[in-house]
Write a protein that binds this ligand. Structure first.
Ligand SMILES: Nc1ncnc2c1ncn2[C@@H]1O[C@H](COP(=O)(O)OP(=O)(O)O)[C@@H](O)[C@H]1O
Ligand SMILES: [Mg+2]
Length: 284
Protein backbone atom coordinates (compact mmCIF):
# COMPACT_ATOMS: atom_id res chain seq x y z
CA UNK A 1 0.00 0.00 0.00
CA UNK A 2 1.50 3.35 -1.04
CA UNK A 3 -0.03 6.55 0.23
CA UNK A 4 1.05 10.03 -0.75
CA UNK A 5 0.30 13.56 0.27
CA UNK A 6 0.66 16.26 -2.36
CA UNK A 7 1.14 19.81 -1.12
CA UNK A 8 2.60 23.20 -1.85
CA UNK A 9 3.96 24.16 1.57
CA UNK A 10 4.28 22.44 4.92
CA UNK A 11 1.18 23.98 6.51
CA UNK A 12 -0.08 23.26 10.02
CA UNK A 13 -2.63 20.85 8.49
CA UNK A 14 0.00 18.95 6.51
CA UNK A 15 2.16 18.60 9.60
CA UNK A 16 -0.83 17.35 11.62
CA UNK A 17 -1.60 14.80 8.90
CA UNK A 18 1.98 13.53 8.75
CA UNK A 19 2.04 13.18 12.55
CA UNK A 20 -1.32 11.37 12.57
CA UNK A 21 -0.05 8.95 9.93
CA UNK A 22 3.11 8.27 11.91
CA UNK A 23 1.06 7.53 15.02
CA UNK A 24 -0.91 4.97 13.06
CA UNK A 25 2.23 3.44 11.60
CA UNK A 26 1.27 4.54 8.09
CA UNK A 27 3.81 5.99 5.70
CA UNK A 28 2.62 9.12 3.92
CA UNK A 29 5.05 9.93 1.10
CA UNK A 30 5.57 13.60 0.36
CA UNK A 31 4.94 15.01 -3.09
CA UNK A 32 5.74 18.73 -3.35
CA UNK A 33 3.75 20.16 -6.25
CA UNK A 34 6.39 22.75 -7.22
CA UNK A 35 9.04 20.03 -7.55
CA UNK A 36 6.97 17.76 -9.77
CA UNK A 37 8.13 17.04 -13.29
CA UNK A 38 5.61 15.05 -15.25
CA UNK A 39 6.59 12.95 -18.20
CA UNK A 40 3.49 13.45 -20.29
CA UNK A 41 4.31 11.74 -23.58
CA UNK A 42 7.23 9.26 -24.03
CA UNK A 43 6.55 6.25 -21.84
CA UNK A 44 4.19 8.44 -19.85
CA UNK A 45 4.47 7.37 -16.19
CA UNK A 46 2.91 4.44 -14.41
CA UNK A 47 0.93 3.98 -11.27
CA UNK A 48 3.10 4.50 -8.21
CA UNK A 49 0.61 5.29 -5.46
CA UNK A 50 -2.65 3.67 -4.40
CA UNK A 51 -4.06 6.83 -2.86
CA UNK A 52 -2.91 10.43 -2.86
CA UNK A 53 -4.31 13.11 -0.60
CA UNK A 54 -4.25 16.23 -2.71
CA UNK A 55 -3.62 19.37 -0.64
CA UNK A 56 -2.02 21.74 -3.15
CA UNK A 57 -3.08 25.31 -2.56
CA UNK A 58 -2.56 26.13 -6.21
CA UNK A 59 -5.68 25.35 -8.21
CA UNK A 60 -3.77 24.87 -11.48
CA UNK A 61 -1.10 22.59 -10.02
CA UNK A 62 -3.71 20.62 -8.15
CA UNK A 63 -5.85 20.04 -11.21
CA UNK A 64 -2.96 18.99 -13.47
CA UNK A 65 -1.35 16.70 -10.91
CA UNK A 66 -4.67 15.13 -9.99
CA UNK A 67 -5.51 14.48 -13.62
CA UNK A 68 -2.09 12.95 -14.15
CA UNK A 69 -2.25 10.68 -11.11
CA UNK A 70 -5.82 9.55 -11.78
CA UNK A 71 -4.92 8.79 -15.38
CA UNK A 72 -2.37 6.32 -14.03
CA UNK A 73 -4.88 4.58 -11.83
CA UNK A 74 -4.23 6.31 -8.50
CA UNK A 75 -7.22 7.33 -6.39
CA UNK A 76 -6.85 11.01 -5.61
CA UNK A 77 -8.74 12.65 -2.78
CA UNK A 78 -10.29 14.88 -3.87
CA UNK A 79 -10.86 13.62 -7.39
CA UNK A 80 -10.27 15.72 -10.48
CA UNK A 81 -13.99 16.08 -10.99
CA UNK A 82 -14.57 17.15 -7.40
CA UNK A 83 -11.67 19.61 -7.46
CA UNK A 84 -12.84 21.15 -10.72
CA UNK A 85 -16.35 21.69 -9.36
CA UNK A 86 -15.47 22.72 -5.79
CA UNK A 87 -12.69 25.03 -7.00
CA UNK A 88 -15.07 27.05 -9.14
CA UNK A 89 -17.96 28.70 -7.31
CA UNK A 90 -20.12 28.86 -10.43
CA UNK A 91 -19.87 25.12 -11.08
CA UNK A 92 -20.39 24.33 -7.41
CA UNK A 93 -23.51 26.50 -7.08
CA UNK A 94 -24.95 24.97 -10.22
CA UNK A 95 -24.35 21.41 -9.04
CA UNK A 96 -25.84 22.13 -5.61
CA UNK A 97 -28.94 23.66 -7.18
CA UNK A 98 -29.30 20.80 -9.68
CA UNK A 99 -29.22 18.32 -6.79
CA UNK A 100 -31.90 20.26 -4.93
CA UNK A 101 -29.56 21.31 -2.11
CA UNK A 102 -30.69 24.70 -0.74
CA UNK A 103 -28.13 27.29 -1.83
CA UNK A 104 -28.22 31.11 -2.06
CA UNK A 105 -29.68 32.56 -5.25
CA UNK A 106 -26.80 33.31 -7.61
CA UNK A 107 -26.13 34.79 -11.04
CA UNK A 108 -23.03 34.71 -13.20
CA UNK A 109 -22.34 37.43 -15.78
CA UNK A 110 -19.40 38.16 -18.04
CA UNK A 111 -19.74 41.91 -18.56
CA UNK A 112 -20.58 44.89 -16.31
CA UNK A 113 -23.94 45.59 -17.92
CA UNK A 114 -25.24 42.07 -17.36
CA UNK A 115 -23.78 42.11 -13.84
CA UNK A 116 -25.91 45.22 -13.19
CA UNK A 117 -28.95 43.33 -14.47
CA UNK A 118 -28.20 40.54 -12.02
CA UNK A 119 -28.00 43.13 -9.23
CA UNK A 120 -31.39 44.58 -10.15
CA UNK A 121 -32.89 41.09 -9.85
CA UNK A 122 -31.14 40.28 -6.56
CA UNK A 123 -31.46 43.68 -4.91
CA UNK A 124 -28.96 45.19 -2.44
CA UNK A 125 -27.06 44.28 -0.40
CA UNK A 126 -25.56 41.51 -2.48
CA UNK A 127 -22.31 39.58 -2.35
CA UNK A 128 -19.86 39.50 -5.25
CA UNK A 129 -17.11 36.88 -5.28
CA UNK A 130 -14.38 35.70 -7.62
CA UNK A 131 -15.33 32.29 -9.03
CA UNK A 132 -11.95 30.96 -7.94
CA UNK A 133 -10.41 31.84 -4.62
CA UNK A 134 -10.48 31.23 -0.91
CA UNK A 135 -9.91 32.88 2.47
CA UNK A 136 -12.68 35.28 1.42
CA UNK A 137 -10.25 37.17 -0.78
CA UNK A 138 -12.14 39.67 -2.95
CA UNK A 139 -15.45 38.51 -1.47
CA UNK A 140 -17.31 41.81 -1.23
CA UNK A 141 -20.61 42.85 0.23
CA UNK A 142 -22.06 45.50 -2.02
CA UNK A 143 -24.67 47.81 -0.57
CA UNK A 144 -25.73 49.99 -3.48
CA UNK A 145 -25.40 50.75 -7.17
CA UNK A 146 -22.44 53.11 -6.72
CA UNK A 147 -20.39 50.49 -4.89
CA UNK A 148 -21.31 47.92 -7.51
CA UNK A 149 -20.13 50.25 -10.30
CA UNK A 150 -16.86 50.86 -8.46
CA UNK A 151 -16.29 47.15 -7.91
CA UNK A 152 -17.06 46.33 -11.53
CA UNK A 153 -14.79 49.06 -12.81
CA UNK A 154 -11.83 47.86 -10.78
CA UNK A 155 -12.44 44.25 -11.81
CA UNK A 156 -12.54 45.33 -15.48
CA UNK A 157 -9.08 46.91 -15.06
CA UNK A 158 -7.54 43.67 -13.80
CA UNK A 159 -5.38 41.60 -16.10
CA UNK A 160 -6.74 38.27 -14.91
CA UNK A 161 -9.64 37.21 -17.14
CA UNK A 162 -11.15 35.09 -14.33
CA UNK A 163 -11.72 38.30 -12.35
CA UNK A 164 -14.10 39.40 -15.12
CA UNK A 165 -16.43 36.51 -14.42
CA UNK A 166 -18.99 38.16 -12.15
CA UNK A 167 -20.52 35.89 -9.56
CA UNK A 168 -23.28 37.74 -7.75
CA UNK A 169 -25.20 36.23 -4.90
CA UNK A 170 -28.08 37.20 -2.67
CA UNK A 171 -26.86 38.40 0.70
CA UNK A 172 -27.91 35.93 3.38
CA UNK A 173 -28.69 37.63 6.66
CA UNK A 174 -26.77 35.16 8.80
CA UNK A 175 -26.67 35.56 12.58
CA UNK A 176 -23.04 36.74 12.88
CA UNK A 177 -21.81 33.23 12.25
CA UNK A 178 -21.87 30.49 9.69
CA UNK A 179 -21.16 26.76 9.82
CA UNK A 180 -18.33 24.58 8.53
CA UNK A 181 -18.88 20.82 8.55
CA UNK A 182 -16.11 18.31 7.92
CA UNK A 183 -17.25 15.35 5.87
CA UNK A 184 -15.00 12.30 5.61
CA UNK A 185 -16.33 9.50 3.43
CA UNK A 186 -19.97 8.92 4.30
CA UNK A 187 -19.87 10.73 7.67
CA UNK A 188 -20.14 14.32 8.84
CA UNK A 189 -17.45 13.96 11.51
CA UNK A 190 -17.37 17.44 13.08
CA UNK A 191 -18.72 20.93 12.77
CA UNK A 192 -17.79 24.42 13.86
CA UNK A 193 -19.57 27.71 14.01
CA UNK A 194 -17.39 30.42 12.53
CA UNK A 195 -18.16 33.72 14.21
CA UNK A 196 -17.43 37.08 12.70
CA UNK A 197 -15.44 39.40 14.94
CA UNK A 198 -14.51 43.06 14.96
CA UNK A 199 -11.37 42.09 13.07
CA UNK A 200 -13.07 39.96 10.43
CA UNK A 201 -16.11 42.22 9.87
CA UNK A 202 -19.03 40.36 8.28
CA UNK A 203 -16.60 37.65 7.06
CA UNK A 204 -16.28 34.55 9.25
CA UNK A 205 -13.23 32.73 7.80
CA UNK A 206 -10.92 31.85 10.69
CA UNK A 207 -7.97 32.73 8.45
CA UNK A 208 -9.37 36.28 8.46
CA UNK A 209 -9.84 36.64 12.20
CA UNK A 210 -13.14 34.82 12.63
CA UNK A 211 -13.33 32.55 15.68
CA UNK A 212 -14.48 28.94 15.94
CA UNK A 213 -16.74 27.14 18.40
CA UNK A 214 -18.27 23.68 18.35
CA UNK A 215 -21.38 23.06 16.28
CA UNK A 216 -23.18 19.81 17.02
CA UNK A 217 -23.93 17.65 14.02
CA UNK A 218 -27.69 17.32 14.08
CA UNK A 219 -29.41 14.78 11.79
CA UNK A 220 -30.62 17.72 9.68
CA UNK A 221 -27.11 19.14 9.32
CA UNK A 222 -25.62 15.76 8.51
CA UNK A 223 -28.28 15.05 5.91
CA UNK A 224 -27.84 18.33 4.02
CA UNK A 225 -24.02 18.03 4.04
CA UNK A 226 -24.02 14.45 2.79
CA UNK A 227 -26.49 15.43 0.10
CA UNK A 228 -24.21 18.32 -0.88
CA UNK A 229 -21.03 16.24 -1.18
CA UNK A 230 -22.86 13.55 -3.12
CA UNK A 231 -22.86 16.00 -6.04
CA UNK A 232 -19.05 15.79 -6.22
CA UNK A 233 -18.50 12.21 -5.07
CA UNK A 234 -17.24 10.60 -1.87
CA UNK A 235 -14.09 12.11 -0.36
CA UNK A 236 -12.95 14.63 2.24
CA UNK A 237 -14.64 18.02 2.24
CA UNK A 238 -15.42 21.10 4.26
CA UNK A 239 -19.00 22.14 3.64
CA UNK A 240 -19.84 25.82 4.28
CA UNK A 241 -23.38 26.63 5.33
CA UNK A 242 -25.32 29.65 6.52
CA UNK A 243 -28.42 29.83 8.69
CA UNK A 244 -30.88 31.80 6.58
CA UNK A 245 -34.39 32.85 7.54
CA UNK A 246 -35.63 29.82 5.59
CA UNK A 247 -33.28 27.25 7.09
CA UNK A 248 -29.81 26.03 6.21
CA UNK A 249 -28.22 26.90 2.88
CA UNK A 250 -24.96 25.49 1.54
CA UNK A 251 -22.84 28.16 -0.14
CA UNK A 252 -19.75 26.16 -0.94
CA UNK A 253 -17.94 22.86 -0.72
CA UNK A 254 -14.19 23.06 -0.05
CA UNK A 255 -12.10 20.21 -1.42
CA UNK A 256 -8.90 21.04 0.50
CA UNK A 257 -10.20 22.27 3.77
CA UNK A 258 -8.21 23.78 6.62
CA UNK A 259 -8.84 22.28 10.04
CA UNK A 260 -6.05 23.57 12.32
CA UNK A 261 -8.50 25.68 14.35
CA UNK A 262 -11.22 23.05 14.47
CA UNK A 263 -9.67 20.14 16.39
CA UNK A 264 -9.65 21.89 19.79
CA UNK A 265 -13.22 23.26 19.75
CA UNK A 266 -14.78 20.07 18.37
CA UNK A 267 -12.66 17.57 20.29
CA UNK A 268 -12.53 15.50 17.11
CA UNK A 269 -9.15 14.28 15.86
CA UNK A 270 -9.83 15.35 12.27
CA UNK A 271 -6.38 14.44 10.83
CA UNK A 272 -6.57 10.90 12.29
CA UNK A 273 -10.02 10.40 10.77
CA UNK A 274 -8.63 11.57 7.44
CA UNK A 275 -5.70 9.14 7.53
CA UNK A 276 -8.01 6.27 8.52
CA UNK A 277 -10.12 7.11 5.50
CA UNK A 278 -7.11 7.13 3.15
CA UNK A 279 -6.13 3.67 4.38
CA UNK A 280 -9.69 2.45 3.88
CA UNK A 281 -9.72 3.80 0.33
CA UNK A 282 -6.36 2.19 -0.43
CA UNK A 283 -7.79 -1.20 0.58
CA UNK A 284 -10.75 -0.88 -1.77
N1 LIG B 1 -24.33 35.12 0.22
C1 LIG B 1 -23.73 35.45 1.35
N2 LIG B 1 -24.36 36.17 2.31
C2 LIG B 1 -23.73 36.51 3.46
N3 LIG B 1 -22.45 36.18 3.74
C3 LIG B 1 -21.77 35.45 2.82
C4 LIG B 1 -22.37 35.05 1.59
N4 LIG B 1 -21.48 34.33 0.89
C5 LIG B 1 -20.36 34.28 1.64
N5 LIG B 1 -20.53 34.95 2.80
C6 LIG B 1 -19.51 35.09 3.83
O1 LIG B 1 -18.27 35.40 3.21
C7 LIG B 1 -17.20 34.58 3.68
C8 LIG B 1 -16.50 33.84 2.56
O2 LIG B 1 -17.41 33.30 1.64
P1 LIG B 1 -17.14 32.00 0.77
O3 LIG B 1 -18.19 31.96 -0.28
O4 LIG B 1 -17.08 30.82 1.68
O5 LIG B 1 -15.74 32.29 0.09
P2 LIG B 1 -14.29 31.65 0.31
O6 LIG B 1 -14.21 30.53 -0.66
O7 LIG B 1 -13.33 32.74 -0.05
O8 LIG B 1 -14.21 31.16 1.72
C9 LIG B 1 -17.85 33.69 4.73
O9 LIG B 1 -17.59 34.31 5.96
C10 LIG B 1 -19.32 33.75 4.50
O10 LIG B 1 -20.06 33.68 5.68
MG1 LIG C 1 -15.57 29.51 2.40
Amino acid sequence: MRLGICYTLVSAENKMLTDAAKKQGVELEKIVDGEALLEVTEGAGKREYDVILQRSVSYSRSLYLTYYFERHGTQVISSYNAARICGDKMLCSLELAKAGVPTPRTYVAFAPESARQAASRLGFPLVMKPVMGSWARMVHRINDKDSLDAALESREEMGNPWQKVYYLQEHVNKPGRDIRVFVVGDTAIAGIYRHSTEKSGWITNTGRGGTASKCDITPELSEICLRAVKTVGEGIYGVDLMESGNGLVVHEINHTTEFRNSVAPTGVDIPTKMIEYLVKRAKR
